[in-house]
Ligand binder design. Structure first.
Ligand SMILES: Nc1nc2c(ncn2[C@@H]2O[C@H](COP(=O)(O)OP(=O)(O)OP(=O)(O)O)[C@@H](O)[C@H]2O)c(=O)[nH]1
Ligand SMILES: [Mg+2]
Length: 453
């Protein structure tokens, strides 16, 4: 694996940003703005920028010959240590560019993986990042190995480099296997844990990195989640109770942000971190309406959601940062395309009542399967459950009535106030509900402690 380029703050590495713009990939107004944010987040100091527009990439050096020379001069002039490309390069291109410029060369995927590696705090996200890094590196090792072995055969011998790479490749494969197994375990634990919280409806914030998800979470729940003007400030999931007036409590989750061309391996290995999102009753897609690339960012988020196979969920689009929008025309442009979107400012706490109402309304379309324990004397609640919900079964004990019921989320308020306990149907170990003859009993599932504050 290539060495990490993260350095301490007092001696930041000096970076030059580069991007090749091909005709089929439309570039935004400021084509290096996002990469600049990523490079700064990773701890480098940006000292130069270079862009080339070209019909196709040069096979060996990615950029054209003249541009490579221009890049070399720029590196020399700015005393840059590293050149960061906004594109994905082949190992051969990286090698050739390093040789030509005398600087270290990184591509966009490696940079994103580095940022995730530096920011991952929990066991779960560390496993996910390590797996993504190895999966990105392995095919590259393989390609280098094939290349070297062909070279070696040309001169009729097997070089030591080839052997070393073979060892590295095996080690990497073994580690990938172990990591996948471990992540699988974490994933199913997480799946059960999230499912066990189903006594309240769950809402998950998703969106492009830096759109303001954590700020919105804080504004809605006073959660004290870290929000920062840097990309990928949040890499783990936090869940907090959010009280909706006239409605009751829902669980709101804040999680990792998405980005254009998010490395596929990273998306896959973050499945467990995104479990809350996968199981959520409703998604709040937060977009930065003040960003010139808001349309591209919204599409990038939908693309990642479909990669995660969660694009079918009920979703409300939230247009954040309206305080920072310079002209009303710009907001109207977005509202014209997304007329149901809800404009808010998480920072200046604007539009949050409207958002709260919309969430309540959207959740009104959801149903929950629950086991509810009721005091036998609480005839009022028993009648309420029968009126609002669909009773599947009832078991009358001396101290408790166990009711298995299908309830609309919107009607859960009174039940939460007076029930003895509420669990997702089939997850209880105490006083099991007797299922009707034609419904098979579900085995109890252990429900580890949640991190809900
Ligand atoms: N002007 C303005 N800035 C905002 C608003 N909401 C958030 N921000 C700023 O946008 C930056 C990013 O906010 P975060 O809440 O960290 O964004 P995030 O979506 O959680 O980002 P990641 O965790 O990196 O994916 C911070 O500097 C916030 O202060 C808003 O409504 N208006
Ligand atoms: Mg965040």
């Amino acid at each position: 694996m290539r060495e990490q380029h993260l350095v301490s703050d007092d001696t930041p590495e000096r970076s030059v940003l580069a991007r090749l713009i091909l005709p089929d990939t439309p570039a935004p107004e400021d084509p290096l703005e996002e990469l600049h944010g990523l490079a700064t987040t990773s701890g480098t100091q940006v000292v130069g920028e270079l862009i080339q527009r070209r019909a196709s990439a040069e096979h060996g050096t990615y950029l054209g010959k003249g541009k490579v020379e221009e890049l070399r001069l720029l590196v020399e002039k700015t005393k840059a240590d590293v050149v960061i490309f906004d594109n994905e390069l082949t190992p051969g291109q990286i090698r050739n560019l390093e040789k030509a410029t005398g600087a270290k060369v990184l591509d966009r995927t490696e940079l994103i993986l580095d940022i995730f590696a530096a920011g991952a705090r929990t066991y779960e996200s560390r496993l996910a990042v390590e797996l993504a890094q190895l999966e990105y590196t392995l095919p590259r090792l393989k390609r280098m190995w094939t290349h070297l072995s062909r070279q070696a055969m040309g001169v009729g011998m097997r070089g030591p480099g080839e052997k070393q790479l073979e060892v590295d490749r095996r080690l990497a494969q073994k580690r990938i296997h172990d990591l996948k197994q471990e992540l699988g375990k974490v994933e199913s634990r997480r799946e059960r844990q999230v499912a066990s919280r189903k006594e309240a409806p769950t809402v998950s914030l998703v969106g492009y990195t830096n759109a303001g998800k954590s700020t919105l979470m804080n504004a809605l729940t006073e959660a004290g989640v870290q929000a920062a003007d840097k990309l990928f400030a949040t890499l783990d999931t936090r869940t907090r109770r959010w009280y909706l007036p006239h409605w009751g409590t829902v669980l709101l989750s804040d999680t990792v942000g998405f980005i254009r061309d998010l490395p596929h391996s990273l998306v896959a290995s973050f499945k467990s971190t995104l479990e809350e999102t996968r199981q959520a009753d409703l998604l709040l897609h937060v977009a930065d309406a003040s960003n010139a690339n808001v349309f591209d960012q919204i599409s990038a988020v939908y693309k990642v959601l479909s990669e995660l196979e969660i694009e079918e969920k009920d979703t409300l689009l939230v247009l954040n940062k309206i305080d920072a929008i310079k002209s009303p025309a710009m907001l109207n442009r977005v509202l014209d395309r997304y007329p149901n979107a809800i404009p808010v400012s998480a920072k200046s706490v604007k539009g949050l009542e409207m958002l709260t109402e919309a969430v309540g309304e959207a959740l009104g379309r959801e149903f929950l399967d629950l086991d509810i324990d009721v005091d036998p004397g609480d005839g009022k609640l028993l009648a309420y459950l029968a009126a609002k919900g669909e009773i599947v079964s009832q078991h009358f004990g001396a101290d408790v009535v166990n009711v298995r019921v299908k309830m609309p989320v919107a009607a859960m308020g009174p039940a939460r106030k007076s029930a003895i306990s509420i669990r997702p149907a089939g997850t209880g170990t105490f006083a099991p509900v007797e299922p009707p003859v034609d419904v098979p009993a579900e085995p109890p599932v252990d429900t580890p402690a949640t991190d809900v504050a």
